[in-house]
Write a protein that binds this ligand. Sequence first.
Ligand code: B12
Ligand code: SF4
Length: 644
Amino acid sequence: MDARVKPGHDDCEKTANWPCSTQSGKTPAIGNGVIMAAEAQRGQAGGARKTFRVVLVKPSHYDDDGYVIRWYRSPMPANSLATVYGLIDDCAQRKILGSDTDIEIIAIDETNTRLRVERIIRDMRENGNFGFVGLVGVQSNQYPRSLHIAKPLREAGIAVVIGGFHVSGMLAMFACLSGELQQALDMGVTLFAGEAEGRMDEVVRDAASGTLKPIYNYINDLPALEETVTPFLPGNSVRKTIGNVTTFDAGRGCPFQCSFCTIINVQGRKSRRRSPDDVERILRKNFEQGIDRFFITDDNFARNKDWELIFDRIIELREQHGMDVRFLIQVDTLCHKIPNFVAKAKRAGVTRIFIGLENINPDNLLAAKKRQNKITEYRNMLLAWKAVGIWTYAGYILGFPHDTPETARRDIEIIKREMPLDVLEFFFLTPLPGSEDHKTLVGKGAPLDPDLNKYDLEHALTPHAHMSKAEWEKLYRDSWDIYYTPEHIETILRRAQACGINILRLAQIILWFAQSLRIEKVHPLQGGFVRLKARRERRPELPLVPAWRFYPGYAAEFLVKHARVAAAAWSIYRIYRRVAADAGAPYSDQAMTPVSEGDTETLELFTHNKSAREAVDHARKVKTLTAAAPGPGATSGAVAEPAA
Ligand code: B12
Ligand code: SF4
């Protein structure tokens, strides 16, 4: 256990909302349940085979009405679940508990499967509680739900381990335990911080012998990833998601320093990566199961130091072995300046990229320490991807210090007119536990919403200098409507068609992004296919709705929602048909026009405020001083800057 974690230590930060707990004295011996299990196991002695049961649950969280967000089909499998599953499967194959003990693993993603805690308790009991429940990849917004799942399990004497970004983020940033972490310890839950590669044997062995520790803290000892066990989920788990898509991380860590980011504090700023052999193994194993579409979850694949070796290997698999694999990757706004990056991404089967555009006001980008985002490079970057027919998703954050409702609305209109972007998604600026922003606000004693369930980037959690909470929330809702108008959907499809993009597929994704919040009241990244709700799957703090009221309400909601989806789908389909009918006709507009010197005088992107104009001046000065040439893929280097 890391000595930095000092429960109840005097030097801990104390605030009204994020109290640092003093050691409650209630913390029971962890693994009580497993001691029972170990005894049961001894009782079974006599040569019979034993089975150590591991139930892995990727928890969901509650919607604003308090119901668990669960779908008939979720969009994609969770890489966190696949990673932990892979690690335990490896323990099972190596028989780390002895040749007479099998390890059985059950993986449940609560976003697509109803969690029956009572069944887990029954099955564990039948097995003498010889096993443990792992709550996997628990984000801050999923932490309250995780404790609700853990409570009855602990009461039944079952060992529970929680890992993921909330525990890791809090232990990375604070020298002492916050109240909600202490609450878990008080229940006898084990916390795991840091990454489990190379550490899973210890956890499994301790759980099997009833000696789980309260905390495993490896946050300051991040493992290398080459040749480590790779993420994997069995095909039946993957098929509970919408398509033949699965996720894996080819690397972790990002060199930049954005103040709202949790990744750099949890996974570090150094690039740690899997080898091309690892990646090939992941692809082949999935391909054999009929899964050929992948989301590479690296937060910034462009800064994976082995991006080129990995792309080269995938190109070989595609071009010489006929494996038609395709990818969504996440990159930064300077990736187009890395020699060969865009061209090799295309050959490697990348069909979509996600970019953290975040904002177009340089003052805001500076306030968030997002210095690598240069508005003067945005158009070059987007045009570089358009030129090879790869479509772009971008994240846009609302509520930076210099945003007002008016400027944010104006900025979205500028993006629509001047930037050739396909899918845009909006988020609230959120002080996520694990980020510098969160730590700073806690240190200042700023008012922060105490309900962790809301830390999902979809809620206003802090006061804003220029907007009331209601104005900020309205801006968030309006932003989707401002971007996804029928006219702009048509423009996006026309731009995409001109670049050879499959516009029927793009139209489906636009339907998803444009309607998710309007119809399902959740962000598209939390969305899924056919929302399912159970009356009893409600936050325990909220009352159980009587059956006579719940079921008619649920049925009516179901019908209304699906009627609205059908209407929206029909309207977008009609736009698609209109655009498709013009296939082959040339199309251009302001956003699609190659970058030129004159842009800086005419485009609002560069003139909408003082800091935008200053950004242009700065880029010009840098260009003059370095005589920088445009990066590969850039259409023109009018205001190009050197790569970071
Ligand atoms: C891929 C991804 C998604 C995917 C898939 C989900 C998934 N987890 O794979 C999608 C698109 C669905 C998604 C959605 C969202 N995401 Co997301 N996502 C990621 C991303 C980029 C990668 C996750 C990952 O695979 N990490 C690698 C794994 C291996 O790391 P890990 O989960 O920490 O697991 C390791 C250890 O923690 C430990 N461990 C974990 N669990 C356990 C359990 C046991 C028993 C043990 C022993 C060890 C252990 O061992 C693991 C292996 O080393 C992360 C950022 C990141 N770099 O992690 C954000 C991230 C997790 N997402 C985040 C958020 C906020 C969301 C959304 C709420 C956003 C939104 N409003 O839509 C939604 C929530 C939806 C949902 N149901 O999850 C935040 C969470 C921050 C926080 N403090 O809570 C992150 C960190 C990004 C950020 N902005 O900071 N996400
Ligand atoms: S570029 Fe993305 S991953 Fe890197 S520090 Fe910024 S927000 Fe985090």
